[in-house]
Write a protein that binds this ligand. Structure first.
Ligand code: ADP
Ligand code: MG
Length: 140
């Protein structure tokens, strides 16, 4: 387990970037934390680290957004609005989780039962006592 502390969105972006640079095919990164903690900021850095040039936004209304222009495919899930885990089957998540690319899953706890055993968990938390822009990011 590793704990990082960031003091700005740029620092969280940079952590995502560094992890995106190191990401290997077949990995699933689970992003959890309350609304507005920085999951998408992290995802944007991660995508840039993979070599995705274009803008990356939370795919809230589509659940899955695929980016092909990096050094491997990036499957970016945001399951915040999922009604039932069966919707993941309909999307064909298995081809993403067990494919040749790398996955990011925002709100992964909502689909806990289908997460692969070897997934990397990234949890982002605020701590109001440490300031508005402080985030504690636990990776395990
Ligand atoms: P989420 O996807 O978790 O709902 P977002 O990434 O969309 O959250 O938004 C995070 C918000 O918090 C952004 O407005 C960002 O500017 C702000 N923010 C402030 N401090 C930080 C920090 N240290 N790390 C990440 N985001 C931060
Ligand atoms: Mg988000």
């Amino acid at each position: 387990m590793k704990i990082y502390e960031t003091a700005s969105p740029q620092e969280t972006w940079q952590l995502g970037y560094d992890m995106g640079k190191c990401a290997a095919a077949g990995q699933v990164y689970c992003l959890d934390g309350d609304l507005g903690t920085g999951k998408t900021v992290f995802a944007q850095g991660f995508a840039a680290g993979l070599g995705v040039a274009g803008p990356v936004n939370s795919p809230t209304f589509t659940i899955l957004q695929v980016y092909e222009e990096g050094r491997m495919p990036l499957y970016h899930f945001d399951v915040y609005r999922i009604g039932d885990v069966e919707e993941m089957d309909e999307i064909g998540y298995e081809d993403c989780f067990y494919g040749e690319g790398v996955c990011l899953v925002e709100w992964s706890e909502l689909v806990r039962e289908i997460l692969p055993e070897g997934a990397v968990h990234v949890r982002i938390e605020k701590d109001v006592e440490k300031g508005f822009d402080y985030r504690r990011i636990t990776v395990l």
